[in-house]
Design a protein around this ligand. Structure first.
Ligand code: LMR
Length: 406
């Protein structure tokens, strides 16, 4: 699939630094890269910067390589695909540390558009608004596939999660796509609706993706918020098992609270280790030309969490606490709304997963919430459940009940 991707010869400056590092001669002198060293050959830390950094609790860092911190990339691959994944062991996965999940989306989009210029992108209706913008910025034509079924709001369903999706229409749409078109999928905690596919539905979708030879681009920004880390990654791991040309963009903004540190990654599964190397080379080139290398602090922090067994276990439990708090807020919303309006079915609040709920609020109701109750929800009706807490939940639930009663 990637035999036509050109080999990247390396950046003239950064490659030289790598060569310098490998030079065993003790008297070597590096006059290549533009870094200021002091009279002792050290990167100095100005006292003013030290004081300011200490105040903020951060340290200055050297440049990372274009593709990011090696340890972070290794840990990321294992977190996403599972530690013993054969594709990782066979070095068939190109992994790049990126500027958050958005950076991963853009990097992947640039690569696909460069090497598969006729490929179009298909996003769910609706999707995170910026998906469209990022891919259009990379030159893509963007279309939508049927996904959210608004008619299912307020209707009772037997199966948790297997509701709220126009599944047959979605499958029919995907079956009509040409080879190498890209389908953007949300492995868990669909943004904005909170409506996810069931395992059986994922299996069907991935079968169609395989048959039609589509490129699945899986954007996972909420790993651990849906169910477990492993089950939230089900769709990605299954697609890798099926040897599909998976692109997976991920973010540590939410589950590590590393928002401003812009910490994310992109994984691409290639048919062979050689092709993974070609992909990585082109991605390094793109990174070099866009922003040179990713920021160090977030990647180092994430690496230190993921590579330490105790911290990693602690982190996963902390994310599960966040998940459970979100679930408790959903339940509370459901309880208050159901008590105020027993004739209506609000169970969708507890069936949806992750940070967001598509509430079914109309634009007029959203504006009323804002104007009368000072409660801010997106015009689409998307409400961030993670913004609820014990102090504001009653106010919000009662305000919702009032506007829903219109
Ligand atoms: C959101 O959907 O609100 C978040 O992913 C934040 C963002 O950048 O839009």
């Amino acid at each position: 699939m990637y035999q036509h991707v050109e080999a990247y010869a390396g950046d003239p400056i950064l490659s030289l630094v790598e060569t310098f590092k490998q030079d065993p001669r003790p008297n070597k002198i590096n006059l290549s890269i533009g870094i200021y060293f002091d009279n002792e050959g050290k990167m100095p830390l100005p006292e003013s910067v030290r004081v300011a950094s200490e105040r903020l609790g951060i340290k200055t860092q050297a440049y990372l390589p274009m593709e990011g911190h090696a340890g972070f990339r290794e840990q990321l691959g294992q977190l996403m695909l599972g530690a013993d994944n054969p594709a990782l062991q066979a070095k068939r996965v190109a992994v790049v540390q990126t500027l958050g999940g958005s950076g991963a989306l853009r990097l992947g989009a640039d690569f696909i558009h460069r090497w598969f210029p006729n490929a179009k992108l298909h996003v769910s209706d609706p999707t995170w608004d910026n998906h469209r913008g990022i891919f259009m910025g990379a030159g893509f034509t963007v279309q939508t596939y049927p996904y959210y079924d608004a008619a299912t709001i307020g209707v009772k369903f037997d199966e948790m999660c297997a509701y709220g999706v126009k599944f047959d229409e979605m499958c029919a749409y995907l079956q009509g796509l040409p080879e190498n078109d890209v389908v953007l999928l949300h492995p868990c905690c669909h943004n904005p609706t909170g409506v996810d596919l069931s395992v059986e539905q994922w299996d069907t979708v991935l079968k169609i993706v395989a048959e039609r030879k589509l490129i699945p681009f899986m954007d996972i920004a909420y790993m651990g918020f849906g169910d477990t880390f492993d089950s939230d990654a089900y769709a990605i791991r299954r697609a890798v098992d099926l040897n599909l040309p998976v692109f997976a963009s991920c973010s540590f903004s939410k589950n590590m609270s590393l928002y401003g540190q812009r910490t994310g990654g992109l994984l691409v599964l290639a048919p062979t280790a050689d092709e993974a190397e070609l992909i990585l080379g082109q991605m390094k080139l793109t990174v070099r030309r866009m922003y040179s290398s990713p920021p160090a602090q977030g990647g180092l922090t994430a690496y230190n969490v993921l590579s330490d067994a105790d911290l990693s276990a602690q982190w996963q439990n902390e994310v599960y606490e966040m998940r459970d708090r979100i679930r408790a807020m959903r339940q509370k919303l459901y309880d208050v709304l159901s008590a105020r309006q027993p004739e209506k079915d609000y169970s969708y609040f507890i069936r949806q997963r992750g940070m967001f709920s598509y509430t079914g609020l109309s634009v007029a109701q959203v504006h009323r919430l804002r104007d009368e109750f000072a409660i801010y929800v997106l015009d689409t009706g998307r409400l961030c459940i993670a913004g609820l807490n014990d102090s504001n939940i009653d106010t919000v639930a009662n305000a919702l009940a009032t506007v829903f009663a219109e």
